[in-house]
Each structure stands twice: as C-alpha cells, then as structure tokens.
Design a protein around this ligand. Sequence first.
Ligand SMILES: *Cc1c(COP(=O)(O)O)cnc(C)c1O
Length: 219
Amino acid sequence: MNIKERLNRILATLPEGVQLVAVSKFHPAERVQDAYDAGQRIFGESRPQEMAAKAEVLPKDIVWTMIGHLQTNKVKMIAPFVSLIASVDSERLIEEIEKQAAKCDRVIDILLEVHVAQEETKSGWSEQELYDYLATDALSRMPHVCVRGVMTIASNTDNESVVRADFQHIKDIYERLKPRFGESFDTLSIGMSDDYPLALEYGSTMVRIGTAIFGQREY
Ligand SMILES: *Cc1c(COP(=O)(O)O)cnc(C)c1O
C-alpha cells in the first residue's frame, strides 16, 4: 500500500469530527508532500528544527502540530507558524509560548500533556500537578495561549486493559476540565498507530498516527 491508500484506509475508520494528525517525524519532506497530495493537511513533528525545515519547503497551508517534548529555548523557532503545540508539560513552557506568540502577534493553541501511563519515562503533568497549576489561574494572564484540551501517550503494552485504563483516566480529566475552559476546550488527543481504534472508543477527537501511514521510522 502507498501513503495515499494507507491514509484513506485510516480516514475511513475515523468517525466524523475526529482529526487525523499525520505524524511525519523522521520522514523526509517528500513523504509529507505525498500525504499532502493525497489531501492530508495536519502534520505532527517532534523536533522543532525538523518542523521548521519542512515548513520552509512545503505548502503554506499545512497545519503544523508539535507533538514531542519541547524545550523552552526552541519555542521561538516554531512560534511564527505552528498551529498547535500538543505536548505542553510545564508552566515554564506555557510562559515561553505566551511570550513568543505575543512577539508574533499570534494566538497559539496548546494541549496540556498529562502523564497517566505506567512508565516513569513518559513526560507530562501528573493529574494533581496539573490541577495545582490551573488553580493558580496563571493562564488568565496568557492571552496568546489558547488551551484546546488534553493529550496523553498511553502505556506501551500489549495488555489492552492497561491501555483502556489510561484512556479512561485521561477522558475523566478531560471531562472534569471542560467546564472550566468552555467552548474552545474541545480536543482529547489520544490514539497512535497501535492503539487508535481503542482510543476512539474513549472519545478521542484527535488521533496522532505515524507508522501506519508512513511506515517504520529510521532513527
Ligand atoms: C511518534 C508519536 C506518535 C506517532 O506514533 P506511531 O506509533 O508511529 O503512530 C504519536 N504521538 C506522539 C506524541 C509521538 O511522539
């Protein structure tokens, strides 16, 4: 199957209103162009330099989404064009996004990354850290940041019940925060190549799929 066929096969399984982020990290710009030519517009990258280099040479109507851990000193590299930063995991990072977005006279959408998986290594706020941060009301002083929802990476395991528990956990957090943010808080980003059918059962509104579209990455 080529990229277009894989894309279409995945799109056919997504309910109406679920966004597909095509995760193109570590794949060359030519493959992104292939997916673009097949109609895909939202692409996910994990490294700011790689995203900026691709954005430079690829069509300007691509919706770039940062999905990887972002160092604060790299925010300015993507602030002029990035649409969504889906991996926001600290107060310092939010402050830097506010600062750089203001400089560009833009509002940047973000997702709060919450750590719900079993592994210690995954990044993101713990549930309690996130609630503590939100209680400070710091976000009300950030007019150039729009919190669109939450994101997580589920446990990396074949044990379906563990993955289900992770998805239920993040869904509960999403539902709990929704009233606080209102209308614009509409994104629950869960689901990758291996677990997105399951994530859809838990109400995912944004799946992030790389391998199932572009094949294996060469790191
Ligand atoms: C790499 C990555 C993905 C895509 O993973 P696949 O298994 O290739 O679909 C999704 N989300 C995040 C945060 C990633 O880093």
